[in-house]
Design a protein around this ligand. Sequence first.
Ligand SMILES: Cc1cc2nc3c(=O)[nH]c(=O)nc-3n(C[C@H](O)[C@H](O)[C@H](O)COP(=O)(O)OP(=O)(O)OC[C@H]3O[C@@H](n4cnc5c(N)ncnc54)[C@H](O)[C@@H]3O)c2cc1C
Length: 427
Amino acid sequence: MLDVLIVGGGASGFYAAINIAEANSNLKIAILERGREVLQKVRISGGGRCNVTNAELDPKELVKNYPRGEKELLGPLYTYNNQDTIQFFEARGVQLKTEEDGRVFPVSDSSQTIIDCLLNETSRLGIKVFKESPVTQIEPVLSDNHRSFWKIATINNQYKCKKVLLATGSNPKIWKLIDGLGHKIVPPVPSLFTFNIKDERITDIQGVSTNAIVDVLTKPSITPEITLKLKSKKVGKPFLSAEGPLLVTHWGLSGPVILKLSAWGAIILNDLKYNFPISINWLPEHHQESVLSLLMEIKEIEARKTVLRTKAVEIPKRLWTNLVKASGISKDEKWADVTKEKLQNLSSQLTNGRFMVEGKSTFKEEFVTAGGIDLKEINFKTFESKIHKNLFFAGEVINVDAITGGFNFQNAWTGGYIAAQGITNKG
Ligand SMILES: Cc1cc2nc3c(=O)[nH]c(=O)nc-3n(C[C@H](O)[C@H](O)[C@H](O)COP(=O)(O)OP(=O)(O)OC[C@H]3O[C@@H](n4cnc5c(N)ncnc54)[C@H](O)[C@@H]3O)c2cc1C
């Protein structure tokens, strides 16, 4: 009989295993991993560099990055946060660096450094790792002397253990098994994706990046069910808004501002089948009227120059060219000849440009799934199930996900650590 069986050889499973063994070296611990290799997501994370965590110091600020889990993770992040994670890795010889935007990476810029650290620790602590062992059955057993244990079956083996930790990430098969144990599973939907848009104004300017405000607008003809979810916001009004760096890509729009919207709007944008209008203000410090007055002033001062060749506002030149064209201003038109109507068009393009999103694409650097085990059924002091004793969860298997920036791994590290304390009764 094993003391602890961990299902899932990913970030949270390994972190938990190491922390359990460190808290009590007498325990017999094993990890079951369905794949041929463990820690595969760590390997591909952050474009191969692994954005381990984020440098934000205040747990109250940290939780604001979790569209699902904001409330529930506050306590756990006071117990074990990114600073603890940084210490964990640095104490084991991994040098870390913080980039300007707060993302923390290994100095090596290679996720292999993190993998090596976790593998070395498991082997040093004598933790068994069984690969190619997909778990197909999880069963609580009450034995004759009323001492309960867990029976776990893989396709080729049976295990008995006193305590089990499910750290299986986003995996529909395991969610089905967990559902069978009486837990509610919030239906999974993708989070962290980019917006597909076909539009002349952003064609042929891939790579252009600028600060912008993006509003997701309600659709004129949405279903009553979705209208209800939008909490009776008026049609045409934004129900999601974000400001930050916006990047034009081959397929449409990406960058932190879009990823933020995709995470916060994950459920509703899925309901809308990824078809919805957005409005972009390319000049966040302005609104339509203030830009119009600015353009009227420029018209006076630069009367003899062509609109296209004047740097009137702080946006990338190629974007300016496209927006000028979209306003009906011709290539050689001089400021003196531009009508007020065209300037109104231009101010509208600059501060309230309407685009139609038609589909989504995967953000290659990081993607996660919203959904998972209902948070109401987890005791966040120990990450133990409120339904079954000696059943613990950590990582993406629960209904927690974050925006990009190292926060998703932090959920895995924090959950893994606190579950370890719960399992060893140190919590
Ligand atoms: C391309 C990509 C890049 C990312 N980059 C970053 C980043 O830089 N920073 C960041 O914070 N987050 C990043 N993320 C998100 C992050 O990887 C996840 O949030 C994190 O890995 C979750 O850890 P986990 O332990 O819960 O799940 P996982 O890491 O997914 O591990 C779960 C493990 O369980 C195994 N498993 C599943 N079912 C079974 C079963 N039935 N039996 C046995 N084993 C099973 C899986 O094979 C897997 O190995 C990225 C995600 C992707 C997809």
